[in-house]
Design a protein around this ligand. Structure first.
Ligand code: NAD
Ligand code: TYD
Length: 339
């Protein structure tokens, strides 16, 4: 089995590569990554010399490079994690989101059509469903919930999902799509809520909470997401969408206070800043379908996962300090200085 994993130098893709090396040691994995600001080859150091692993620095929008790779590697399966993934950046510069997330996905699927594939799996997000009101805790996203996006990021992911469905219906491409809730865990880029708050808190820097911090996200430990994708690859029905989430809804402010408490810092660090434009209020996944069809259940309780994650960031300071002290500093200044 040869699998191309795109975006494998990022947060979830790298965790997926480590997960697959452990659980399917006979698979050959080819990581395709453009190494944008979010991709980090250091993350992949543990597998770089592994004979079952190969890294290819390729932009998924580069049709020739992608076709050459398919020609050389003849993959059986493609799992597409590659994306621009940060909502705030999509509000600043939408165009690169449309290029990578939509057109890049198209190039990959064209390569799959040209060279043949057993499965193309698109890693999507619950953000394609828009948001739910805070006063309706009875409502959840199911696979039947209409797509209704808020940000350029979520619009680009929803567009890609539609294109994936179209390639299945029109060309018979054997596709599956998964839509997962917010992930947390090791190797998440420190622009996202949890690692940003851990990094700032350890340095006694202000903790920028958007609006009043009442927005709700449904958090899943990254390995549980990886396990779900593996199950979909093995037993998922072609043409289907699978929602992935562990019924773990939390308000942002409560996550921030939990991190402060664990690190023994003061809540005075909390700084309420101007809200994100178009800020989604609540995400909440109904995972009944993947549970009933494939037997998936999350294994990591949030209370354990968040402690493991905080411990990982404390034990791996050079990994994120290099980022925080590098060109990311300019982004942070731009995004937070006058907020
Ligand atoms: P990330 O930003 O950490 O990593 C993205 C990776 O894709 C990086 O390594 C980057 O270099 C690479 N990349 C970007 N553009 C590329 C291009 N044109 N060609 C090749 N590689 C490119 O993102 P993540 O959080 O790991 O998310 C991975 C996927 O999972 C995304 O598709 C995202 O939409 C989806 N997702 C994320 C979450 C979450 O909570 N992080 C939740 C649900 C779904
Ligand atoms: P984020 O990690 O960017 O994920 P997403 O927007 O894709 O859900 O943000 C999670 C939540 O945290 C979201 O409601 C925005 C909020 N947030 C802050 O309050 N402050 C911050 O500095 C960041 C990055 C996010």
């Amino acid at each position: 089995m040869k699998m191309i994993v795109t975006g494998g130098a990022g947060f979830i893709g790298s965790n997926f590569i480590f997960y697959m090396r452990r659980t399917h040691p006979d698979y050959d994995l080819v990581c395709v990554d453009k190494l944008t600001y979010a991709g980090n080859l250091e993350t992949l150091a543990p597998v770089m010399d592994d004979p079952h692993f190969r890294f290819a620095k390729i932009d998924i929008c580069d049709r020739k490079a992608v076709y050459d790779l398919f020609e050389a590697e003849k993959p059986d399966v493609v799992v597409n994690f590659a994306a621009e993934s940060h909502v705030d950046r999509s509000i600043e510069t939408p165009e690169i989101f449309l290029q990578t997330n939509i057109l890049g996905t198209q190039v990959l699927m064209d390569a799959c059509r040209k060279y043949g594939i057993e499965r193309f799996h698109q890693v999507s997000t619950d953000e394609v469903y828009g948001d739910l009101p805070l006063d309706r805790p009875d409502l959840f996203f199911t696979e039947k919930t209409p797509l209704h996006t808020s940000s350029p990021y979520s619009a680009s992911k929803a567009s890609a999902d539609l294109l994936v469905g179209a390639y299945h219906r029109t060309y018979g491409l054997p596709v599956t799509i998964s839509r997962c809730s917010n992930n947390y865990g090791p190797y998440q880029f420190p622009e996202k809520l949890i690692p940003l708050m851990i990094a700032n808190c350890t340095a006694d820097k202000p903790l920028p909470v958007y609006g009043q911090g009442l927005n709700v996200r449904d958090w899943l430990y990254v390995e549980d997401h990886c396990a779900a994708i593996d199950l979909i690859l093995q037993g998922g029905k072609v043409g289907e969408v699978y929602n992935i989430g562990g019924h773990n809804e939390m308000r942002n402010i409560d996550i921030v206070k939990l991190i402060i408490g664990t690190l023994g810092k003061s809540e005075d660090l909390i700084t309420f800043v101007t809200d994100r434009k178009g800020h989604d209020m609540r995400y909440a996944i109904d995972p009944t379908y993947i549970h009933n069809e494939l037997g998936w259940l999350p294994e990591t309780k949030f209370a354990d996962g968040i402690q493991k994650t905080i411990a990982w960031y404390l034990d791996n300071r050079p990994w994120w300090e290099n980022i925080v002290n590098g060109s990311y500093r300019d982004y942070y200044e731009r995004m937070y200085a006058n907020r």
